[in-house]
Design a protein. Structure first.
Length: 282
């Protein structure tokens, strides 16, 4: 409708000999402006009412000033500026939509990562618990067979409560040592080993290095690394136990005898090495 009225106005200006005739160049420019606006309406989202009203106003001014090329160029510049503003506005909206989409993807991936971390922590706790349970079952079977007069299981010996291994005196310099039915317990305060959540302090590294040298004298079939649950969460306790295990292995303890175990039952703030089936040395 608007386009038809514009063309009628142009035709009237050209047809009336008594008034100034519109410049052919301005008429062509006006037609091009109309086409550009129609294209903008077809090719993108709806134009905001205020913006569309301004564009229509510029077209009316251009139609009125066709007979005056100087004023027409001013009107045309205003129209072009408004149309450029519309294009920039649409580009900003597109970029904002793209940004929002990426943000939603990041949030979704973050939630998935957190869920996987939680699941990984649970699996590590289950593995540590199973390792501890298996060691206890093996030792109990050995004790039952010995009490029944059966042949001992190869590589498995019981450590009497009253028997302290020969290396225990050396270990007491660095930790508390206690012999029990399930093995020899070597207990240390966690804060004497770690300077942060999972990083060993310099003195902690030295302590574990010294303990590793002494543990090389043992005949333990397995050394279980345990850390009591931490206020920061079960994952931190497991990570600290892993750090201790890696350090012992680095200091020469065979990886085949090292294993993680749950820290449930330990006094708060303690770490422990349980020497399973450790027999006394002379």
């Amino acid at each position: 409708m608007m386009r038809a009225r514009h063309f009628i106005a142009v035709a009237l200006l050209l047809a009336l000999p008594g008034i100034a005739v519109a410049d052919i160049a301005t008429s062509q420019a006006l037609q091009q402006a109309l086409q550009r606006l129609e294209k903008a309406q077809r090719s993108g989202p709806p134009i905001p009412p205020a913006t569309l009203s301004g564009l229509h106003s510029s077209l009316r001014m251009m139609t009125r000033d066709q007979v005056n090329p100087v004023l027409f160029q001013v009107d045309r510049a205003i129209f072009n500026a408004r149309l450029a503003g519309l294009s920039e506005q649409r580009q900003q909206v597109t970029e904002q939509d793209r940004f929002n989409g990426l943000r939603h993807q990041v949030q979704s991936l973050t939630r998935q990562y957190q869920a996987l971390q939680n699941e990984y922590g649970k699996l590590r706790e289950q593995l540590a618990s199973k390792t501890m349970s298996g060691a206890r079952i093996q030792h109990l079977q050995a004790e039952i067979q010995q009490q029944q007069g059966a042949m001992p299981i190869p590589g498995v010996t019981a450590t009497p409560l009253t028997t302290q291994p020969g290396y225990s005196k050396a270990l007491t310099v660095y930790a508390q040592v206690r012999a029990a039915s399930d093995g020899v317990h070597v207990t240390m305060p966690v804060n004497s080993l770690f300077s942060s959540d999972t990083r060993l302090s310099t003195s902690g590294k030295q302590r574990l290095q010294a303990i590793s040298g002494i543990l090389k004298q043992t005949t333990a079939s397995e050394i279980l690394v345990r850390v009591a649950p931490q206020p920061l969460g079960a994952n931190v306790a497991t990570q600290r136990a892993e750090t201790i295990l890696r350090t012992l292995r680095h200091d020469g303890i065979p990886g085949t005898v090292l294993a993680l175990a749950t820290g449930l039952g330990l006094s708060s703030g303690t770490a422990e090495l349980l020497l399973v089936n450790a027999s006394p040395t002379p």
